[in-house]
Write a protein that binds this ligand. Structure first.
Ligand SMILES: [Fe+2]
Length: 194
């Protein structure tokens, strides 16, 4: 399991992108707009870290269990930024919280097994089913906001062959709506950072 991406919901997407380009040397990878069921929108930008833009670049890593090793596997996570139109799920969240990290996504080899394991540990999810991308084998799901982590959501992601999937982003974002309910009828309003 590794940190795949950090998702920020922000007030000013362009300023955030510029900041990440200048300070952390991230590069804009893809940009797209989501239209929700209520016709509100979210503008999304995926950014890749400098290490990933040079995939052949090797660097040394010291793993305590095995000692120093050389790898080309990038360690810095991607960053996913979204800014919502007025009244949208994203905009409402930013207004309520001041914006910032919305979720941390961990990539897993077997998302079905990991969801089952999380559920056995009492972790609840915002959707009953794992969200599948129709055009790729990308699979994702959000936990409920984790109180012990300050209300951050954990995303589990099993990567496909492509990047982010527009339809999946829409479904994931809509699963964070305060109107959503879990299977047991648990009301979303108990989730402080939504
Ligand atoms: Fe995500």
């Amino acid at each position: 399991m590794r940190l795949d991406h950090i998702a920020y919901r922000v007030q000013d997407r362009d300023a955030t992108v510029e900041y990440l380009e200048n300070v952390l040397k991230y590069t804009q990878a893809e940009e797209f707009e989501i239209t929700f069921s209520d016709n509100s929108k979210a503008m999304c930008v995926a950014m890749t870290p400098p290490e990933k833009s040079h995939s052949s670049q090797k660097f040394s890593v010291d793993f305590p269990a095995v000692g120093p090793t050389v790898t080309s596997y990038h360690l810095a996570p991607e960053i996913f930024i979204s800014q919502g139109s007025k009244g949208s799920i994203v905009d409402t969240w930013v207004k309520e919280t001041g914006g910032g990290i919305h979720h941390l996504a961990y990539s897993v080899q077997d998302i079905d097994a990991k969801v089952k394991e999380f559920r056995s540990l009492g972790v609840r999810f915002l959707s009953d089913e794992i969200i599948d991308c129709p055009e790729d084998n990308l699979r994702q799901i959000f936990t409920e906001p984790q109180t012990l982590l300050g209300g951050i959501i954990i995303e589990l992601i099993e990567r496909g062959d492509k990047g982010f999937c527009k339809g999946s982003v829409k479904n994931l974002m809509e699963s964070t709506s305060t109107e959503s309910k879990n299977k047991d009828g648990h009301e979303g309003m108990e989730r402080p950072r939504l």
